[in-house]
Design a protein around this ligand. Structure first.
Ligand code: GLN
Length: 276
């Protein structure tokens, strides 16, 4: 195989340029700045082979994050496999909302439900060193990924395999966060892009996508301390339903937070002190 340059590799990859750059910088183990400054640099045979294989997988639709096994979230690099949802920018709002509720030195107990890659739990633990974070997931393969991410970032988290609250018995927390599945069964997006490769169970929640949110809202109050908060991510058009479920449950001070695009993405409420 004739040696090719960074410039030629990027140009000839036949995939989106931004994707090609991520794959190439990973194959070459260089930064974007390095790629931009040295377009004439030749790839070694191994780098070229690796990049060609990855570009081919990308052309077949596989998500970049699964190909390179990593995605950045909240300025931290998270390992990902097809066992977990790829961390998304909109979920940073969930972390931001949670961090806003935890004083820097507060020894609060936090539960992350359906942790997947662990990105939410690890980011919270990383930025609130005194928080005691518990993370549950129904998938042992997901928990393996999450455990590794916690180790990578030096965050101590208690991981439990559990179908939502099932294995938690009567344990209570100050704050419960969740990015549950919330896509509707027949949503055409499921047949497009990265979603085709992601675990269904982490995405789909019944005919209108509200099954998991309804369940979490219904059960979380029994696992919150009096005055504790539930924060839950939902679809951009599900905020009114999420608020209605919270208000009909045992929650007060129901709020919705908007992401940087102005979309309503995270809703929450505080368990009534008298009702917990
Ligand atoms: N925000 C994701 C999407 O629409 C869905 C994630 C989820 O269901 N938790 O791609």
């Amino acid at each position: 195989m004739a040696a090719i340059s960074i410039f030629e590799a990027l140009r000839g990859a036949g995939i989106d340029r931004a994707d090609a750059r991520v794959l190439l910088r990973t194959a070459v183990q260089a930064t974007d700045a390095h790629l931009a400054a040295h377009p004439e640099q030749l790839l070694t045979a191994i780098q070229h082979e690796r990049f060609r294989g990855w570009a081919e997988r990308r052309r077949a639709g596989e998500p970049v994050a699964y190909i390179i096994g990593s995605r950045e979230f909240y300025s931290l690099a998270f390992g990902v496999t097809p066992a977990v949802l790829i961390p998304r920018p909109e979920t940073e709002l969930l972390v931001e909302s949670a961090l806003g509720m935890i004083a820097p030195q507060a020894p609060v107990r936090v539960l992350d439900l359906g942790t997947g890659s662990g990105c939410v739990a690890v980011a919270i633990g990383r930025y609130r060193a005194r928080a005691c974070v518990t993370a549950v997931d129904i998938s042992s393969a997901a928990l393996e990924v999450a455990r590794e991410n916690a180790t990578t970032h030096g965050v101590s988290i208690e991981f439990i395999e559990s179908n939502w609250f099932a294995a938690l018995r009567d344990r209570r927390f100050h704050l419960i966060v969740a990015n549950p599945p919330y896509v509707a069964d027949g949503d055409p997006h499921l047949g497009r892009g990265d979603l085709r490769f992601e675990p269904r169970g982490a995405l789909v929640a019944g005919p209108i996508g509200l099954d998991a949110i309804e369940r979490v809202v219904g059960q979380a109050s029994r696992h919150l301390d009096p005055g504790g908060w539930l924060l839950i991510e939902h679809g951009h058009d599900q905020a009114p339903s999420a608020r209605a479920l919270l208000a009909a449950g045992k929650y007060r001070e129901v709020v919705t937070h908007r992401d940087l695009a102005g979309l309503e993405r995270v809703s929450g409420g505080r368990v009534d002190v008298t009702a917990a």
